[in-house]
Design a protein around this ligand. Structure first.
Ligand code: TRP
Length: 335
Protein backbone atom coordinates (compact mmCIF):
# COMPACT_ATOMS: atom_id res chain seq x y z
CA UNK A 1 0.00 0.00 0.00
CA UNK A 2 1.33 3.44 -0.80
CA UNK A 3 1.92 5.89 1.98
CA UNK A 4 -0.79 8.36 2.92
CA UNK A 5 -0.11 11.99 2.11
CA UNK A 6 0.21 14.69 4.71
CA UNK A 7 -0.25 18.26 3.63
CA UNK A 8 0.19 21.14 5.98
CA UNK A 9 1.16 24.78 5.82
CA UNK A 10 2.43 27.74 7.75
CA UNK A 11 2.38 31.46 7.03
CA UNK A 12 5.79 33.11 6.73
CA UNK A 13 5.22 36.01 9.09
CA UNK A 14 7.78 35.23 11.78
CA UNK A 15 10.23 32.73 13.20
CA UNK A 16 9.29 29.48 14.93
CA UNK A 17 8.84 29.65 18.70
CA UNK A 18 8.34 27.12 21.49
CA UNK A 19 4.59 27.08 20.84
CA UNK A 20 5.35 25.68 17.38
CA UNK A 21 8.07 23.29 18.48
CA UNK A 22 5.98 21.68 21.22
CA UNK A 23 2.79 21.89 19.16
CA UNK A 24 1.72 20.99 15.64
CA UNK A 25 5.00 21.92 13.92
CA UNK A 26 7.09 19.72 16.22
CA UNK A 27 4.71 16.90 15.38
CA UNK A 28 5.53 17.24 11.67
CA UNK A 29 9.10 16.19 12.47
CA UNK A 30 7.77 12.84 13.70
CA UNK A 31 5.12 12.41 11.02
CA UNK A 32 7.57 12.84 8.13
CA UNK A 33 8.88 9.35 8.92
CA UNK A 34 5.57 7.66 8.24
CA UNK A 35 3.87 9.74 5.57
CA UNK A 36 4.54 11.33 2.23
CA UNK A 37 4.87 14.84 3.63
CA UNK A 38 4.31 18.22 2.02
CA UNK A 39 4.84 21.41 4.01
CA UNK A 40 3.68 24.59 2.38
CA UNK A 41 5.23 27.96 3.09
CA UNK A 42 1.96 29.86 2.65
CA UNK A 43 3.30 33.17 1.37
CA UNK A 44 0.19 33.99 -0.68
CA UNK A 45 -1.91 33.48 2.43
CA UNK A 46 0.48 35.67 4.45
CA UNK A 47 -0.05 38.40 1.86
CA UNK A 48 -3.82 38.38 2.44
CA UNK A 49 -3.02 40.06 5.74
CA UNK A 50 0.28 41.69 4.88
CA UNK A 51 -0.06 42.72 1.25
CA UNK A 52 1.47 46.07 2.15
CA UNK A 53 4.61 44.49 3.51
CA UNK A 54 6.08 42.18 0.86
CA UNK A 55 9.63 42.57 2.24
CA UNK A 56 8.51 41.10 5.56
CA UNK A 57 6.88 38.11 3.90
CA UNK A 58 9.88 37.49 1.65
CA UNK A 59 12.32 37.67 4.55
CA UNK A 60 10.26 35.21 6.53
CA UNK A 61 10.04 32.70 3.69
CA UNK A 62 13.79 32.18 4.21
CA UNK A 63 13.68 32.49 7.99
CA UNK A 64 10.94 29.90 8.26
CA UNK A 65 12.50 27.47 5.80
CA UNK A 66 15.74 27.60 7.78
CA UNK A 67 13.84 27.18 11.07
CA UNK A 68 12.01 24.13 9.72
CA UNK A 69 15.26 22.52 8.59
CA UNK A 70 16.87 23.35 11.92
CA UNK A 71 14.15 21.65 13.99
CA UNK A 72 14.65 18.49 11.95
CA UNK A 73 12.41 18.60 8.91
CA UNK A 74 14.44 16.44 6.58
CA UNK A 75 14.29 17.37 2.89
CA UNK A 76 14.90 13.71 2.04
CA UNK A 77 11.63 12.85 3.72
CA UNK A 78 9.48 15.97 3.46
CA UNK A 79 8.89 18.39 0.61
CA UNK A 80 8.93 22.01 1.72
CA UNK A 81 7.31 24.12 -0.99
CA UNK A 82 6.33 27.66 -1.79
CA UNK A 83 2.65 28.44 -2.33
CA UNK A 84 3.21 31.36 -4.70
CA UNK A 85 5.16 29.16 -7.13
CA UNK A 86 2.25 26.80 -7.68
CA UNK A 87 -0.07 28.63 -10.04
CA UNK A 88 -2.44 25.62 -9.99
CA UNK A 89 -3.41 26.58 -6.44
CA UNK A 90 -4.48 30.01 -7.61
CA UNK A 91 -6.53 28.50 -10.42
CA UNK A 92 -8.26 26.04 -8.12
CA UNK A 93 -9.06 28.91 -5.76
CA UNK A 94 -10.97 30.66 -8.54
CA UNK A 95 -12.96 27.54 -9.41
CA UNK A 96 -13.79 26.72 -5.79
CA UNK A 97 -14.90 30.27 -5.05
CA UNK A 98 -18.20 29.53 -6.84
CA UNK A 99 -18.93 26.79 -4.35
CA UNK A 100 -18.79 28.93 -1.22
CA UNK A 101 -21.21 31.58 -0.10
CA UNK A 102 -19.96 34.80 1.44
CA UNK A 103 -22.26 34.16 4.41
CA UNK A 104 -20.56 30.81 5.03
CA UNK A 105 -17.11 32.40 4.93
CA UNK A 106 -18.19 34.99 7.47
CA UNK A 107 -19.47 32.20 9.73
CA UNK A 108 -16.14 30.36 9.70
CA UNK A 109 -15.05 30.66 13.37
CA UNK A 110 -11.37 31.25 12.53
CA UNK A 111 -12.26 33.98 10.03
CA UNK A 112 -14.74 35.44 12.52
CA UNK A 113 -12.09 35.71 15.24
CA UNK A 114 -9.63 37.28 12.84
CA UNK A 115 -12.22 39.82 11.67
CA UNK A 116 -12.93 40.72 15.29
CA UNK A 117 -9.20 41.28 15.83
CA UNK A 118 -9.03 43.50 12.76
CA UNK A 119 -12.01 45.51 13.97
CA UNK A 120 -10.38 46.14 17.32
CA UNK A 121 -7.17 47.19 15.57
CA UNK A 122 -8.55 49.28 12.73
CA UNK A 123 -12.03 50.21 13.87
CA UNK A 124 -14.50 49.85 11.07
CA UNK A 125 -14.64 46.42 9.50
CA UNK A 126 -15.15 47.71 5.95
CA UNK A 127 -11.78 49.45 6.07
CA UNK A 128 -9.74 46.35 6.76
CA UNK A 129 -11.51 43.21 5.58
CA UNK A 130 -10.59 42.54 1.97
CA UNK A 131 -12.06 40.09 -0.52
CA UNK A 132 -8.79 38.16 -0.49
CA UNK A 133 -8.79 37.89 3.27
CA UNK A 134 -12.39 36.67 3.64
CA UNK A 135 -11.71 34.19 0.88
CA UNK A 136 -8.54 32.68 2.30
CA UNK A 137 -10.30 29.49 3.47
CA UNK A 138 -11.08 28.85 -0.22
CA UNK A 139 -7.43 29.26 -1.10
CA UNK A 140 -6.48 26.96 1.78
CA UNK A 141 -8.92 24.36 0.42
CA UNK A 142 -7.03 24.69 -2.88
CA UNK A 143 -3.71 24.08 -1.06
CA UNK A 144 -5.04 20.95 0.56
CA UNK A 145 -6.79 19.42 -2.44
CA UNK A 146 -4.08 20.38 -4.95
CA UNK A 147 -1.67 18.14 -3.08
CA UNK A 148 -4.29 15.44 -2.58
CA UNK A 149 -3.76 15.53 1.18
CA UNK A 150 -5.25 12.66 3.19
CA UNK A 151 -4.34 14.06 6.57
CA UNK A 152 -3.80 17.64 7.65
CA UNK A 153 -1.73 17.93 10.84
CA UNK A 154 -2.59 21.29 12.38
CA UNK A 155 -3.36 23.04 15.62
CA UNK A 156 -6.92 23.26 16.88
CA UNK A 157 -7.43 26.81 15.60
CA UNK A 158 -7.26 25.42 12.04
CA UNK A 159 -10.12 22.93 12.37
CA UNK A 160 -12.78 25.27 10.93
CA UNK A 161 -10.62 25.73 7.83
CA UNK A 162 -10.39 22.02 7.27
CA UNK A 163 -14.11 21.62 7.80
CA UNK A 164 -14.72 24.28 5.19
CA UNK A 165 -12.37 22.49 2.81
CA UNK A 166 -14.32 19.28 3.32
CA UNK A 167 -17.55 21.08 2.44
CA UNK A 168 -16.02 22.43 -0.75
CA UNK A 169 -14.81 18.97 -1.70
CA UNK A 170 -18.25 17.44 -1.11
CA UNK A 171 -19.95 20.12 -3.12
CA UNK A 172 -17.45 19.82 -5.96
CA UNK A 173 -17.79 16.04 -6.08
CA UNK A 174 -21.58 16.29 -5.94
CA UNK A 175 -21.81 18.71 -8.85
CA UNK A 176 -18.97 17.58 -11.11
CA UNK A 177 -18.52 13.93 -10.14
CA UNK A 178 -16.12 12.43 -7.64
CA UNK A 179 -12.77 14.11 -8.32
CA UNK A 180 -11.35 15.41 -5.04
CA UNK A 181 -10.29 13.71 -1.83
CA UNK A 182 -11.94 14.72 1.45
CA UNK A 183 -9.15 15.38 3.95
CA UNK A 184 -9.11 14.60 7.66
CA UNK A 185 -7.49 16.80 10.30
CA UNK A 186 -4.78 15.25 12.43
CA UNK A 187 -4.48 16.90 15.83
CA UNK A 188 -1.41 16.37 17.97
CA UNK A 189 -2.09 15.55 21.58
CA UNK A 190 0.29 18.25 22.78
CA UNK A 191 -1.31 20.81 25.04
CA UNK A 192 -0.95 24.51 24.28
CA UNK A 193 2.30 26.08 25.36
CA UNK A 194 1.99 28.97 27.79
CA UNK A 195 3.83 32.25 27.30
CA UNK A 196 6.56 33.61 29.56
CA UNK A 197 4.02 35.99 31.02
CA UNK A 198 1.76 33.15 32.11
CA UNK A 199 -0.83 33.67 29.37
CA UNK A 200 -2.37 30.41 28.19
CA UNK A 201 -1.09 30.89 24.67
CA UNK A 202 2.32 31.73 23.35
CA UNK A 203 2.23 33.92 20.28
CA UNK A 204 4.12 36.46 18.28
CA UNK A 205 1.39 39.06 18.56
CA UNK A 206 1.20 38.51 22.33
CA UNK A 207 4.89 39.36 22.72
CA UNK A 208 5.48 36.46 25.10
CA UNK A 209 7.28 33.95 22.91
CA UNK A 210 10.67 32.28 23.13
CA UNK A 211 11.98 31.88 19.60
CA UNK A 212 14.23 29.04 18.64
CA UNK A 213 16.39 31.69 17.03
CA UNK A 214 16.81 33.72 20.23
CA UNK A 215 20.47 34.19 21.15
CA UNK A 216 21.92 33.80 24.65
CA UNK A 217 21.45 37.44 25.52
CA UNK A 218 17.80 37.37 24.49
CA UNK A 219 17.16 34.15 26.41
CA UNK A 220 18.67 35.70 29.52
CA UNK A 221 16.56 38.83 29.20
CA UNK A 222 13.33 36.93 28.62
CA UNK A 223 13.79 34.40 31.41
CA UNK A 224 14.84 37.06 33.89
CA UNK A 225 11.48 38.74 33.20
CA UNK A 226 9.39 35.56 33.41
CA UNK A 227 6.53 35.43 35.90
CA UNK A 228 7.07 33.49 39.14
CA UNK A 229 4.78 32.80 42.14
CA UNK A 230 3.79 36.36 43.13
CA UNK A 231 3.50 35.41 46.82
CA UNK A 232 7.24 34.74 46.97
CA UNK A 233 8.92 37.95 48.09
CA UNK A 234 12.14 36.88 49.79
CA UNK A 235 14.67 34.38 48.54
CA UNK A 236 13.80 31.81 51.21
CA UNK A 237 10.00 32.12 51.09
CA UNK A 238 8.44 28.78 50.13
CA UNK A 239 6.53 28.97 46.83
CA UNK A 240 4.25 27.04 44.53
CA UNK A 241 6.08 25.86 41.39
CA UNK A 242 2.81 25.00 39.68
CA UNK A 243 2.04 28.69 39.16
CA UNK A 244 5.59 29.66 38.21
CA UNK A 245 6.52 30.09 34.55
CA UNK A 246 10.17 29.38 35.30
CA UNK A 247 9.25 25.97 36.67
CA UNK A 248 6.91 25.44 33.72
CA UNK A 249 9.86 25.86 31.35
CA UNK A 250 12.19 23.70 33.43
CA UNK A 251 9.57 21.01 32.96
CA UNK A 252 9.02 21.69 29.25
CA UNK A 253 12.67 21.28 28.31
CA UNK A 254 12.94 18.19 30.48
CA UNK A 255 15.44 19.44 33.04
CA UNK A 256 16.96 16.27 34.58
CA UNK A 257 17.20 18.19 37.85
CA UNK A 258 13.46 18.85 37.90
CA UNK A 259 12.66 17.07 41.16
CA UNK A 260 15.22 19.14 43.04
CA UNK A 261 13.98 22.36 41.43
CA UNK A 262 10.48 21.48 42.59
CA UNK A 263 11.28 20.45 46.15
CA UNK A 264 13.72 23.30 46.79
CA UNK A 265 11.15 25.78 45.54
CA UNK A 266 8.43 24.36 47.78
CA UNK A 267 10.73 24.32 50.80
CA UNK A 268 12.03 27.86 50.29
CA UNK A 269 15.56 26.62 49.63
CA UNK A 270 15.90 28.14 46.17
CA UNK A 271 15.68 31.78 45.24
CA UNK A 272 14.01 32.80 42.00
CA UNK A 273 17.15 34.43 40.62
CA UNK A 274 19.20 31.24 41.06
CA UNK A 275 16.37 29.22 39.60
CA UNK A 276 16.18 31.51 36.57
CA UNK A 277 19.94 31.30 36.10
CA UNK A 278 19.74 27.52 36.03
CA UNK A 279 16.95 27.70 33.46
CA UNK A 280 19.00 30.06 31.28
CA UNK A 281 21.92 27.63 31.24
CA UNK A 282 19.71 24.64 30.49
CA UNK A 283 17.69 26.51 27.88
CA UNK A 284 20.90 27.45 26.06
CA UNK A 285 21.98 23.81 26.15
CA UNK A 286 18.59 22.80 24.81
CA UNK A 287 18.90 25.31 21.95
CA UNK A 288 22.49 24.44 21.08
CA UNK A 289 21.76 21.81 18.42
CA UNK A 290 19.16 24.01 16.84
CA UNK A 291 21.51 26.99 16.75
CA UNK A 292 24.25 24.92 15.10
CA UNK A 293 21.96 23.67 12.36
CA UNK A 294 20.53 27.11 11.87
CA UNK A 295 23.96 28.58 11.47
CA UNK A 296 24.87 25.91 8.92
CA UNK A 297 21.88 26.81 6.75
CA UNK A 298 22.48 30.55 7.22
CA UNK A 299 25.91 29.95 5.73
CA UNK A 300 24.57 27.72 2.95
CA UNK A 301 21.70 29.77 1.55
CA UNK A 302 22.10 28.19 -1.90
CA UNK A 303 21.34 24.81 -0.38
CA UNK A 304 18.21 26.21 1.28
CA UNK A 305 17.07 27.65 -2.02
CA UNK A 306 17.64 24.32 -3.72
CA UNK A 307 15.66 22.46 -1.05
CA UNK A 308 12.74 24.83 -1.50
CA UNK A 309 12.99 24.62 -5.28
CA UNK A 310 13.02 20.83 -5.31
CA UNK A 311 10.16 20.59 -2.82
CA UNK A 312 8.18 23.00 -4.98
CA UNK A 313 8.86 20.93 -8.10
CA UNK A 314 7.46 17.82 -6.41
CA UNK A 315 4.41 19.71 -5.18
CA UNK A 316 3.84 21.19 -8.62
CA UNK A 317 3.66 17.72 -10.19
CA UNK A 318 0.85 16.72 -7.88
CA UNK A 319 -0.97 20.03 -8.23
CA UNK A 320 -0.83 19.90 -11.99
CA UNK A 321 -2.32 16.41 -11.95
CA UNK A 322 -5.16 17.58 -9.68
CA UNK A 323 -5.83 20.60 -11.87
CA UNK A 324 -6.21 18.45 -14.99
CA UNK A 325 -8.71 16.24 -13.21
CA UNK A 326 -10.61 19.29 -11.98
CA UNK A 327 -10.71 20.91 -15.42
CA UNK A 328 -11.87 17.70 -16.98
CA UNK A 329 -14.65 17.33 -14.40
CA UNK A 330 -15.68 20.95 -14.92
CA UNK A 331 -15.65 20.53 -18.72
CA UNK A 332 -13.10 23.27 -19.25
CA UNK A 333 -10.36 21.07 -20.69
CA UNK A 334 -10.46 22.37 -24.27
CA UNK A 335 -6.96 21.79 -25.56
N1 TRP B 1 -3.70 28.71 7.83
C1 TRP B 1 -2.47 28.13 8.29
C2 TRP B 1 -1.89 29.03 9.38
O1 TRP B 1 -2.31 30.16 9.52
C3 TRP B 1 -1.45 27.94 7.21
C4 TRP B 1 -1.88 27.07 6.06
C5 TRP B 1 -1.94 27.47 4.74
C6 TRP B 1 -2.27 25.71 6.08
N2 TRP B 1 -2.33 26.46 3.96
C7 TRP B 1 -2.56 25.35 4.72
C8 TRP B 1 -2.42 24.74 7.09
C9 TRP B 1 -2.99 24.08 4.38
C10 TRP B 1 -2.84 23.47 6.73
C11 TRP B 1 -3.13 23.14 5.40
O2 TRP B 1 -0.99 28.64 10.08
Amino acid sequence: MSKKTILTGIRPTGNLHFGHLFGAVGNWVLLQNDYETFIEIADVQALTDHFEDPEMVQKNVWELTIDLLAIGIDPKKAHIFLQSSISEIAELTVFYSNLVTIARLYRNPTVKTEIAQKKSLFGQEGESVTYGFVGYPVSQAADITALDGDLIPVGEDQLPLIEQCREIVRKFNHIYGVTLKEPEPLLSSNPRIKGLDGQTKMGKSLGNAIYLKDDEEMIQKKIMNAITDPSKIKKDDPANPEICMVYYYHKLIDNPNLKTVCSECKEGKRGCVACKKELITRMNEFLEKFREKRQYYEEHKEEVKQILEEGTKEAKKKASDTLSRVKQAMKINYF
